[in-house]
Design a protein around this ligand. Structure first.
Ligand SMILES: [Fe+2]
Ligand SMILES: [Fe+2]
Length: 352
């Protein structure tokens, strides 16, 4: 098993053998209407696309299930400047602990830490009603089981197992930092809103078939589902104030910021607006980091990534290489100052 290649190390023209998980399977058609399967495989360090053209496409499509693990033999290739792979053979392998360790981005230890951090941050909420609402979720074992495993999305950001938990804890941590700077904000609202904003993803995405939506998910979406889940709990908490209920629901409904981004309401108070921006920051930064990671190192590919269709742009892999070395800058600055000092007329003119 030692000779297995990580997807990030698959290079055009080089043969490889690997064990990977099928993350996305899509049936598509070429410009001349020929059907093909777009497959995206993943391991701990990245993902890689493959295209399958096969006369027996329907049988293959049936046999390949998202979320299952495969031993893949193939050759690295490239299409429109993007690394991909050509598959020679594909065999299903059981997902035993060794395979899981190889494929899961979020190690078990980190997941336990994130769950503990989620609880710690939740317990900073002082408002009795909001605290009760969040505790109801934390004590719901079935919910927490799914919340701890769910991805943060299908493909765009945090799409790995445990991604939703990672994204939620990250935003709650940012809420605490922002409250230190903008002291007038309500930390209670920020933390409760951050905890709840994406809970609908637990019901939107199918836990048994990775990368696919449930019927409810397709019909209602995670914003509506999340609002319904929160509403169900709030209605059972005796005396939960009507006005606070509206505020909580508003934070869930407005967290995507604009109608065109899928929010039925735009943020109408500061904490809701902050939640929208923190959600944007956390998801966009993850997309950038993940995209650069998947595209491989700079040595073989130059400073720019390929085109990122989600962000609609090319990205610089490591901007530090575009920033001048400060020590060199200092010495060149010193040299030019020396030159200025040697020019008495200029120097005197400036000081005068
Ligand atoms: Fe969301
Ligand atoms: Fe989110």
């Amino acid at each position: 098993m030692n000779e297995l290649t990580w997807l990030k190390d698959v290079l055009p023209g080089k043969p490889f053998v690997t064990v990977v998980r099928l993350k996305i399977k899509e049936r598509k058609r070429s410009k001349v209407n020929d059907p093909y399967l777009r497959l995206v495989f993943e391991d701990k360090f990245g993902t890689l696309d493959a295209t399958l053209w096969n006369p027996d496409l329907e049988r293959l499509e049936e046999a390949l299930r998202q979320g299952e693990t495969f031993r893949v033999e193939g050759v690295g290739s490239s299409y429109l400047g993007k690394r991909c792979m050509t598959i020679k053979s594909l065999a299903k392998v059981p997902e035993d602990p060794w395979v899981k360790e190889r494929l899961d981005i979020l190690p078990l230890g980190r997941k336990h830490w994130l769950l503990a951090r989620l609880k710690d941050l939740s317990l900073k909420i002082e408002n009795a009603y909001l605290r009760k609402l969040i505790v109801v979720f934390l004590e719901d074992r079935a919910f927490m089981e799914r919340f701890g495993h769910a991805p943060g999305g299908k493909e765009i950001h945090h799409s790995h197992e445990g991604g939703l938990l990672e994204h939620t804890v990250s935003i709650m941590g940012l809420c605490v930092k922002l409250k230190e700077h903008y002291r007038e904000l309500s930390l209670d609202l920020l933390l409760a809103g951050a905890f709840l904003h994406d809970i609908g993803k637990v019901e939107e995405l199918d836990p048994d078939h990775e990368g696919t939506y449930t019927d409810e998910g397709r019909l209602l979406g995670h914003i509506t589902l999340g609002a319904m889940m929160a509403e169900k709990r709030m209605s059972k908490i005796r005396g939960f104030p009507k006005s606070l209920r509206s505020v909580v629901l508003h934070m869930i409904l407005s967290h995507q910021g604009a109608y065109e981004f899928g929010s039925p309401k735009r943020p109408k108070f500061a904490e809701a607006l902050v939640l929208y921006y923190l959600d944007e920051i956390d998801s966009k930064l993850f997309q950038i980091k993940e995209f650069i990671r998947q595209q491989g190192g700079e040595d073989d590919a130059g400073p720019w990534t390929g085109y990122n269709r989600w962000l609609g742009r090319y990205l610089i892999r490591d901007v530090a290489r575009f920033v001048s070395d400060p020590s060199q800058e200092e010495s060149s600055l010193a040299t030019s100052l020396d030159a200025v000092k040697r020019e008495p007329s200029l120097f005197e003119g400036l000081s005068g």
